[in-house]
Write a protein that binds this ligand. Structure first.
Ligand SMILES: [Mn+2]
Length: 313
C-alpha cells in the first residue's frame, strides 16, 4: 500500500485526476551484469526527492503545483520480456489518460517498454538517449530485453540520437548511425554538439537518461561508471534547449544504483528529474488544462518499421 506522495507534496496535488504528471517507478534489476542494486533506485530517488526544495530558482517556478501522481510501481520480474511488456502497457495506459508520463528505473532494459509505448502513441518519434553505453546489441545473454539491448529496437523504429557514448562493442558499429551519435571524446572538443543534435530531432522527443552518462565524479552510484562523462550544467543547458525547442512527450531516468554511504547521486537524480519537469512546464499555468498531444490513430499504425523521415525537420 502506498503511503507517501512524490516529494511529500500535498495529497490534493497527488491525485491522478488532477495531476498533469505521472511518475511510474520500475524497481527492476534482472539482467545487470556487474553491480546489482538498480532495483533500489526508485526508493532512493523518492527519499532524496522528499528532502529537496520544491522552488526552482532558474525557472522561478514550483512545478509540483501542476500535480504529480505517483503510480504503483511496476514489479513484474518473472522474465525480462514480461517486465518489458508490463512497462509498455502501464506507460501506454497513462499516456492515454492525457498525462505527461515519466518513469524511474531500474536498469536500462525497462526503456524498451517505455520507448515502445511512446512510439505507438506519437508519430515520427525521436528518442534522445543520454548514456555512456551504446546499448545497441540485438540480444545479449539469450534475451532481447537485456540492458545491453536497451535501444536496439529504438534504433530500428525511431529517430534515435545517442549522446555521451564512450563504451561499446565493435559489433554495435553495424547497427549504430554514426551521424546521430555524439561520442563523449568528440563532445569534449566540439562547442557545436548541442545545436547539431537538436537539428537532427523531429518535433516529438522522448528522452531516456541512463545516469551513467554523467561523470563518475558527480554520479558514482551507478552500475557501470565510465570516466569522461557529462557534467551538471552542460547537461542542464542541453536539456533546457531541447525542452524549449521541441515537444518533449515524456522521459525516463534509469540505472541509479544507490550507495548507503554516499547519497549525492540520489540527490542528483532527484534534482535532475525535478529540473526536467520545471523545464517542461515553465510556461504552463497550474490552473490551465494540459494536452499531452498523443495521437490515438497512431497506435493502429505499424511503428515497427525502420524509421524513415523524408521531410525536413
Ligand atoms: Mn544504458
Amino acid at each position: 500500500m502506498k503511503t507517501k506522495t512524490y516529494a511529500g507534496i500535498p495529497a490534493e496535488l497527488a491525485k491522478l485526476e488532477q495531476a498533469k504528471i505521472v511518475l511510474i517507478p520500475v524497481p527492476y534489476d534482472g539482467t545487470s551484469t556487474w553491480q546489482k542494486g538498480a532495483d533500489k533506485g526508485p526508493e532512493a530517488f523518492l527519499n532524496a526527492s522528499e528532502n529537496m526544495e520544491l522552488y526552482d530558482i532558474e525557472t522561478n517556478t514550483e512545478v509540483y503545483k501542476q500535480g504529480v501522481y505517483l503510480a504503483d510501481a511496476v514489479t513484474e520480474n518473472s522474465s525480462p520480456e514480461a517486465m518489458v511488456d508490463a512497462v509498455h502497457q502501464t506507460t501506454k495506459k497513462y499516456i492515454k489518460k492525457n498525462k505527461f508520463v515519466t518513469i524511474f528505473g531500474g536498469e536500462h532494459s525497462i526503456s524498451i517498454g517505455t520507448i515502445r509505448a511512446f512510439n505507438e502513441m506519437y508519430s515520427s518519434l525521436t528518442v534522445l538517449q543520454l548514456d555512456a553505453h551504446a546499448d545497441l546489441r540485438k540480444s545479449y545473454e539469450g534475451s532481447t530485453c537485456n540492458h545491453a539491448c536497451a535501444v536496439y529496437e529504438a534504433s530500428q523504429t525511431t529517430n534515435l540520437i545517442q549522446v555521451g557514448i564512450r563504451s561499446m562493442d565493435a559489433i554495435e558499429k553495424t547497427v549504430m548511425d554514426k551521424d546521430k551519435t555524439y561520442f563523449a571524446h568528440d563532445m569534449a572538443v566540439d562547442d557545436n554538439w548541442m545545436d547539431s543534435a537538436i537539428d537532427q530531432m523531429t518535433d516529438n522527443v522522448f528522452i531516456t537518461i541512463d545516469l551513467d552518462v554523467f561523470d563518475p565524479s558527480i554520479l558514482p552510484s551507478t552500475g557501470t561508471p565510465e570516466p569522461g562523462g557529462l557534467l551538471w550544467y552542460e547537461t542542464l543547458d542541453f536539456l533546457k534547449q531541447v525542452f524549449e525547442e521541441k515537444n518533449v512527450v515524456g522521459f525516463d531516468i534509469v540505472e541509479l544504483c544507490p550507495n548507503a554511504k554516499d547519497k549525492s547521486s540520489d540527490f542528483l537524480a532527484a534534482k535532475l528529474y525535478y529540473k526536467m519537469l520545471s523545464y517542461k512546464f515553465q510556461n504552463e499555468d497550474a490552473e490551465d488544462d494540459y494536452d499531452n498531444s498523443f495521437d490515438s490513430s497512431n497506435s493502429n499504425k505499424n511503428n515497427n518499421l525502420k524509421f524513415v523521415e523524408d521531410d525536413d525537420y
